[in-house]
Write a protein that binds this ligand. Structure first.
Ligand SMILES: [Zn+2]
Length: 224
């Protein structure tokens, strides 16, 4: 491994030196000598300037508009059919990708990243956090999509509850099993789903599911 140059302000040079940094009088730069420990000097590592890094935002998924998605599922407890909800995001949505450095102890790069778009539609699941604006909107559709603890996931997230008996309906079966409420595998199944178009920003901390065919063209689309 070659030496690593540092970005040490003049006022901090003595501190850097005491932590192991060395001075290159020709290049006029402080550096970490070959084989020395990086950790104590990590705060002076230069930020790469070829990408524009941002600090971790409050919500790591964003979209200029979105759809409230309604489907039906069997309730495992009372066996009745119940309405269930999720969100569909258009191609324009983005998610915040953390900047990954091979040296994880680089404190400087933690919580830094950039917004990325894949140009694909996605289905939202495991919603840990929603912006107040989106919460207000989903409340117009249902009171049964609310924060609850999942033993399977080991975390609290916005979960559907049976509209009849109140049982928790976890995301796993509806999102990850083919034929689940939000995992249509045929036009006929997609035809029973409704997308309510919401012309407002979407912000959340959630998982994103990308299907090779999401059958969206067979879903009912309603402008709200
Ligand atoms: Zn039920």
């Amino acid at each position: 491994m070659a030496r690593i140059d540092l970005d040490v302000p003049f006022s901090q040079k003595d501190e850097a030196k005491s932590l192991g940094a060395r001075w290159d009088p020709q290049a006029k730069v402080w550096y970490i000598p070959d084989g020395a420990e990086v950790g104590p000097l990590a705060r002076w590592l230069p930020i790469p300037d070829d990408i524009e890094l941002e600090h971790e935002p409050e919500f790591c998924v964003r979209s200029p508009y979105y759809y409230v998605m309604e489907s039906v599922s069997d309730c495992w407890k009372c066996k009745a059919l119940t309405r269930v909800f999720s969100f569909k995001l258009p191609e324009e949505h983005e998610d915040f990708q953390y900047f990954e450095d091979e040296e994880e102890e680089f404190a400087l790069t933690r919580n830094l990243g950039e917004w990325q778009s894949y140009g694909l539609r996605s289905t939202v699941s495991n919603v840990h956090n929603l912006s107040p604006r989106v919460v207000k909107k989903i409340r117009r559709f249902t009171e049964c999509f609310k924060l609850a603890y999942s033993k399977t996931a080991g975390a609290r997230y916005f979960m559907n509850h049976c509209q009849h008996c109140g049982a928790k309906l976890g995301d796993f079966f509806m999102h990850s099993e083919p034929g689940g409420a939000f995992f249509p595998t045929s036009p006929a199944q997609a035809n029973k789903m409704t997308l309510f178009s919401i012309n407002e920003r979407f912000d959340a901390n959630c998982g994103l599911g990308y299907a090779s065919d999401d059958f969206m063209e067979y879903m009912q689309i309603v402008d709200k």
